[in-house]
Design a protein around this ligand. Sequence first.
Ligand code: EPZ
Length: 432
Amino acid sequence: MEVLDYLIDSYGRFKRLLVKPCGGVKGEVSISGAKNSALPLLAASLLVEDLTLENFPFLLDTLYALKILKLLGKEVELFPDRKRVRIHGGITSTRVPLELASLFRGSILFLGGLLGAVGRATVSPPGGCPIGSRPIDQHLKFVEHLGGEIGFEGGYISVNLRARAKRGDFTFDLITVTGTENALLTLAGIEGEHTLRNVALEPEVLDLVNFLREVGINVETYGRTMKIEVPPKGKLKRRLTYRVIPDRIEAGTFLVLGGLLGEPLRVKNLNTDHLRVVIEKLTQSGVRVNVLSPSEVEVFRAEALRGIDIETAPYPGFPTDMQAQFMAMLSVARGDSIIVERIFENRFKHAYELRKMGANIAVEGNTALVRGVEGLKGARLKATDLRASASLVIAGLIAKGETVIENIGHLLRGYEGMDKKLRGLGCEVELV
Ligand code: EPZ
């Protein structure tokens, strides 16, 4: 069996995580490369002949993406010990198989990658976390605006840009992360000057922008406007090595854990710049966070956590991907907290699981009222999406009694070696 299939199989065989109560976490944890940066960069590998990605996170979503690249004709070499992958060679197919695309949201990025590389793509609506309807109308509106022909057949969407591609000057109706990334990837293949307005500015989007700059494409940002200047293909770099930024959501997850159990906990290889609002909210709720350097912080268990209010928003606002972990923490804070979810319409499923542990959380529409309780108790839970699963792990560690989290595949899709990292800090968790 090939290494890639072996790794996918070995993660895929785990069904649940057993979590024992943890008295405290001590020592240090090193943050992996960002999943949501690695995915657009993997799609961008289609634009060049030979790309090596460093600080690459080996987790299910990125492994699925590598499998797609292989099916598109690319050679893929894995170096898990060195956190590195190399993707090289040409493209022999422009069809992203439905079975793989349906496994993760990031698969939609191959639309932009293929359009940028060869002007044609056949993809299917992506899968991923069930946190709302998650349409891709903005992605398609953008390619239509470029003059792309769009066809729908047998669950697939085919786009052909070649014949009518023109200068891109486009305003998004709403701020979309992968929508902005797909537009950038597509435009990378169209020589000339383009403008995108109302773009997403998440660090992962800007990581793709930096990558494109390395390739030789000039991208300038002015507020939420991006000007993109694409030189003739012959002038672009074809071989390069690029380093993935640290995963701010994994880092934020460990910061929350440290706020509950840190004795203290040292979190290394993060980018504190990307975590400003998360650190601010932790501090507001009574957690002490010592920033030791731009890439290292120390976080202490709070003497008494206070309830706080949170409202998710596009970056630089509070990340929707940190909402569930904060909810777990605030469920044992003193007083009330109000959490408003502004990005996804159905991202409170973890609240019902936390309630099984004794949390007092009322949900109405996109608002959750969390009334702090003394403590949580272990329970049999179900992970409903990626970040929800992280919140349940945190809750399980602070609870009295053992917790079993079913459906743990979600966690493995987005966190690299979470179980090993937790054991390294003294927690008793086991994937089975
Ligand atoms: C990205 O999803 C991330 N995924 C998500 O990470 C993250 O939660 C989200 O951005 C917001 O930060 C990846 O990067 C692979 P959006 P994306 O398009 O791009 C609506 C995680 O846990 N919308 O910015 O799919 C949409 O329904 C995950 O790692 C449209 O209406 O999110 C949502 O309400 C989960 N039409 C809002 O915009 C569109 O065409 C923002 O979604 C596109 C989006």
